[in-house]
Design a protein around this ligand. Structure first.
Ligand code: CA
Length: 490
């Protein structure tokens, strides 16, 4: 017999179920925003030395309304291979894109092809750095190679066209135009918005050159690192602010009158010149970041204004990390933390608890699987990562990975970073540099990130670490087998 109390509960339950059904059936849209070389140190949500400057309010809002990943990593810290992994869910040795040179096999399986077959409308706009025609995208418009900052050329199925303006603004304009005019309202969509910025040579829009001209930025503690605690690779790289960074090509001396006049007036020498170069570098790099953040704000505003906010997952990431003067460097490539780690933030209303922070070990092999899982599509068994959806829901599986595999291949090449592979756990990192330009063909380094978070001194030869080295070498071999790394690689 039904009591009035039971009836009330029954009615409420029915109402909740009826409301929940359309939401559960609706497949979310996905907006993936990807920057090139955006260091986590230059995202406010990660704190750090630029944190108090509030440089990225819009990007940070994704973390405030969603989740910040504290420990997201790349598998091969360089532009094109990172993008190949993004699309395939596989490490370089399986997708065939080892370095920035050489081609990319577009015919291979990629997540966007699966998503498209499952009924999603797919689009790619901006820097992809993989030559040849894109596949699996209903719409694509990409920069050739690295692309230009100013007046960029875009390639489509139809050919090449040049556009006037700054690439960050234009890529956003194109994404907004596609959202407004290119979309099929009967389908969920997935759009990848890939900025060229803040890649070298760090050219902000005019408004942000002006905005950053008078600013001064804190220096990292290791700006004058002498690499005494590290091996051959750190000593012999060619990516230092002091020697490698070019006054004209990188810092616009003799090209920007104000910059040239400042240098002539101050005429810094020695360490002061390195400090001046670092400040000029940060003005330009962070000016590019400001441009990205403004444009992320435009994308988020569009979603809000068009009633898409609640039904759209928005993720922000970069293709790898970058050195902002740490160890005296710019660029990336090394397995050291600044270039190995990436910023990663995600907003998914109703699913991610606002203000969450996740510290599990995640890697760029996980993104393709994540997009498919968000869409409720089965993940192909040959992809090598795992969906981040359980993590986004705050429920990390008990068997989540406890170590990461890394492998960098592009040597000999620009910046002269030796080939290396390695394994990282939550606390330790074992790196093996190899090749004929490394003493005896291989050279190992071990870091304890808890005691030495800035990786200033390898403890590989410390007698106290013998057992740990042995365990990590075994783990590296296990990962090589797990990820099917060919014996001739490394
Ligand atoms: Ca890059």
């Amino acid at each position: 017999m039904m009591t009035p109390a039971f009836l009330r509960t029954y009615r409420v339950t029915v109402a909740v179920v009826l409301l929940a059904v359309p939401m559960a059936l609706a497949r979310p849209n996905i907006v993936w925003i990807f920057a090139d070389d955006h260091a986590f140190q230059a995202v406010g949500a990660y704190g750090g030395r630029f944190g108090p400057l509030n440089l990225t309010p819009n990007i940070d809002s994704l973390g405030r309304d969603g989740m910040v990943f504290e420990r997201a990593y790349v598998g091969n810290s360089i532009c094109a291979p990172s993008r190949a992994t993004l699309l395939t869910g596989k490490h370089s040795h399986l997708n065939g894109k080892y370095d920035n040179r050489g081609g990319y096999n577009h015919d291979q399986p990629q997540f966007q092809k699966v998503l498209q077959r499952a009924g999603y409308q797919t689009a790619m706009i901006g820097k992809i750095h993989l030559s040849g025609k894109m596949q699996g995208f209903d719409y694509w418009e990409v920069l050739p190679g690295q692309g230009r900052y100013i007046n960029p050329i875009f390639i489509t199925e139809q050919g090449r066209t040049e556009y006037k303006g700054h690439s960050t603004d234009i890529i956003t304009d194109k994404a907004l135009d596609w959202l407004e005019n290119g979309r099929d309202d009967s389908k969920p969509f997935m759009v990848m918005v890939h900025y060229k910025a803040p890649h070298r040579n760090w050219t902000p829009a005019e408004r942000n050159i002006k905005a950053f001209r008078q600013k001064t930025f804190p220096e990292p503690d290791s700006l004058f690192d002498d690499y005494s605690g590290r091996g051959t690779a750190a000593h012999q790289q060619d990516m230092s602010i002091s020697k490698t960074m070019r006054m004209e090509g990188d810092l616009k001396v003799n090209r920007w009158p104000q910059r040239t006049a400042e240098l002539e007036k101050l005429n810094p020498q020695g360490d002061d010149l390195v400090r001046w170069k670092y400040q000029a570098y940060m003005k330009d790099y962070l000016g590019c970041i400001a441009g990205i953040d403004e444009n992320v704000g435009r994308l988020l505003k569009y979603l809000k204004d068009h009633d898409l906010e609640k039904t759209t997952v928005v993720m922000y990431c970069a293709d790898q990390g970058f050195y902002l003067g740490e160890h005296g460097w710019f660029d990336k490539r090394f397995m050291y933390e600044e270039s190995f780690r990436m910023p990663l933030l995600a907003r998914w209303p109703g699913v991610i608890k606002p203000g969450s922070r996740n510290s599990d070990l995640v890697q760029n092999i996980d993104f393709a699987e994540t997009f498919l899982d968000i869409a409720g599509v089965a993940i192909p068994s040959d992809m090598q990562g795992r969906s981040l959806v359980p993590l986004l829901k705050g429920r990390t599986p008990p068997d989540w990975r406890r170590s990461l595999y890394y492998h960098y291949y592009e040597y000999p090449a620009v910046h002269s970073v030796r080939r290396h592979e390695g394994v990282a756990t939550r606390r330790y990192k074992l790196i093996r540099f190899y090749g004929k330009d490394v003493p005896n063909g291989e050279e190992w380094e071990l870091y304890d990130l808890e005691r030495d978070p800035h990786e200033m001194k390898s403890v590989y030869w410390d007698p106290a670490q013998v057992q740990r080295v042995s365990e990590l070498k075994a783990e590296l071999q296990r990962l090589r087998r797990h990820y099917a790394v060919p014996a001739d690689q490394g």
